[in-house]
Design a protein around this ligand. Sequence first.
Ligand SMILES: NC(=O)c1ccc[n+]([C@@H]2O[C@H](COP(=O)([O-])OP(=O)(O)OC[C@H]3O[C@@H](n4cnc5c(N)ncnc54)[C@H](OP(=O)(O)O)[C@@H]3O)[C@@H](O)[C@H]2O)c1
Length: 170
Amino acid sequence: MTPKTTLYLAITVNGMIAKQNGHVDHVSKQSFAGYRRMIKRAGNVVVGRRTYEDMLEGGDLKGLHVEACVVSRKRFTAKEPFHAVTSPHRALAWLAKQGQTNVLVTGGAHIAASFMKAGLVDELYVDVEPTALGSGVNLFEGKDFEVKLKLLGTKKLSRDEVQLRYKVVK
Ligand SMILES: NC(=O)c1ccc[n+]([C@@H]2O[C@H](COP(=O)([O-])OP(=O)(O)OC[C@H]3O[C@@H](n4cnc5c(N)ncnc54)[C@H](OP(=O)(O)O)[C@@H]3O)[C@@H](O)[C@H]2O)c1
């Protein structure tokens, strides 16, 4: 059975996930802590190859004993704890094989767009940071699609920050 898939990212008010130079230092501590909690709760995480490289540097999974999957078109042996696969479908198939029923995809923009375009996302969570950026990396990059969403709920993460939760209409 295909696992239920949630896409979760932190965005600026104008829908960007990173600065032009790739930095995400505008993302709040609350959002970062929530991201780690979401990964822990899901028991897994899926990322694109560029985000994987950032995560290795940042030690985002430190202390979290979860299944981790990196998607790249190239075949390579990923560094622990990651397992490399060559497509979003293969990521879900590999995680299903590991017994995972709820999969969490946390970016970046290209892998998020690939999952959306393939119709593989069931829920979308965005933490809206109190930041506007004149340029940067959009939430979705590299694929053209239109997906309708239904608001499931909102949560205030801090004085200036909200989380929006959507269901993808299929
Ligand atoms: N704000 C947030 O919540 C958040 C979360 C995550 C990341 N980020 C930021 O986002 C930026 C990275 O995003 P990005 O869009 O540049 O990169 P990305 O989505 O992390 O990775 C892109 C790579 O994923 C692989 N990929 C994408 N679609 C694929 C498909 N359909 N099949 C196989 N492989 C596929 C390709 O790897 P190959 O080139 O190896 O083939 C592609 O180059 C960083 O700055 C990071 O800090 C922000």
